[in-house]
Unconditional design. Structure first.
Lengths: 163, 202
């Protein structure tokens, strides 16, 4: 019994530590894309390309976090940071910790930037912020090189999912 | 109401699209301009003597991607200005959006880094819009043909912002070398991550 309680306690601590300081994996776009384009999974992925140094990105970040927090539908927000790899521990992690962001954050790193940009969308010039909405089952793949407010985001999402 | 909102959303999307779909393509003739340099003088490309073309770089103070490339932009100027292709840097950002990109801060940055090239302010943002610049840094290589300035390369400086030594393709360097050798740059168009230009009124 005590053993079970201890296990539970450890597990709770583990989960809590995850909540307060999420791990930020370094992933390539092809890895990320693969994980959000599984066939027959009716999840809508909202992937926001941002960076800690990008002012308009920081301005719109709360909209994406709010979308994740208030989402009743099967919506999954991923904040894909384009901060430099060398800034992961010194800038990105402290930023995420300070704002207690629990929405998924990954650091995107691709050797070939041009290939990565075109693979996300040929419409993308490479400027930040940018966002892509993907739902493979419903054949949705919509790219935006722009800033969003929360209302604009839900409006776009609504029209994509109910078209 | 919903209909109006979605109509508005589509319209915004269209306008956004237009901003990015516009601008120059390789082969287009670029317009000259008259923009204020950090020394306070107005500069037009036609007034810059002994040149065969220009490496026009839309860049700014605040953007880490621009900062990461500063030394490489200086190196490009030092390598190619003597061969007729100087760098002309243009800051297209609205300083109301980013105070760090104000004209005064441009002067400071230019002095601190001892920029050997001109650093101009595109106060109306018209040149950035006409050229089709969307991010910083964003390069437009212009080559003189008769009285025309022909756009010969558009895009990134090289393929590794974070680590210059790891860059496999030095796009701008190769493009200028190709032009000097009388060849056509290849590739003549590349993309890179950059800071979106801070447009006024958006």
């Amino acid at each position: 019994m005590i053993k079970n309680l201890l296990v539970l306690l450890c597990f709770t601590c583990f989960v809590c530590s995850l909540c307060s300081a999420q791990q930020i994996p370094i992933v390539s776009w092809s890895e990320l894309e693969k994980s959000v384009t599984k066939p027959n999974v009716d999840s809508t992925y909202v992937i926001n390309f941002w960076a800690t140094w990008c002012k308009p990105c920081i301005e719109e970040l709360p909209a994406f976090i709010k979308l994740q927090d208030s989402s009743k539908q099967n919506v999954k927000v991923i904040l894909a940071s384009l901060d430099f790899k060398k800034d992961l521990s010194t800038k990105l992690k402290p930023f995420v910790l300070k704002r207690t962001i629990t929405t998924s954050v990954v650091l995107l790193y691709d050797q070939n930037q041009e290939e990565f940009i075109n693979s996300v969308s040929t419409m993308w010039s490479g400027a930040l912020p940018a966002t892509i909405i993907i739902n493979t089952k419903r054949n949705i793949r919509s790219f935006y090189e722009r800033q969003f407010t929360y209302n604009e985001l839900t409006e776009v999402l609504h029209s994509l999912l109910h078209q | 109401m919903k209909f109006i909102l979605s109509l508005l959303a589509s319209f915004t999307a269209l306008v956004t699209l237009n901003v990015y779909a516009g601008g120059y393509k390789v082969g287009d003739v670029a317009t000259d301009f008259s923009l204020k340099n950090v020394d306070g003088k107005m500069v037009s490309l036609k007034d810059i003597q002994n040149t065969k073309g220009f490496i026009v770089v839309f860049t700014c103070n605040h953007c880490p991607y621009s900062v990461a490339y500063e030394d490489r932009i200086i190196a490009l100027h030092n390598e190619f200005a003597g061969k007729g292709y100087p760098v002309v840097a243009i800051n297209p950002n609205d300083p109301n959006k980013v105070p760090e990109d104000s004209f005064e801060k441009m002067i400071e940055r230019s002095k601190a880094k001892k920029f050997p090239f001109m650093y101009l302010l595109d106060g109306t943002q018209d040149i950035a819009k006409t050229y089709g610049a969307s991010r910083t840094p964003h390069v437009f290589l212009l080559v003189k043909k008769g009285n025309d300035l022909v756009v010969s390369y558009i895009g990134a400086i090289d393929d590794n912002t974070e680590d210059e030594k790891a860059a496999k393709n030095k796009y701008v360097e190769s493009a200028v070398q190709a032009v000097i050798a009388g060849k056509t740059p290849s590739p003549d168009f590349t993309k890179a991550i950059g800071c979106g230009i801070k447009w006024s009124g958006k």
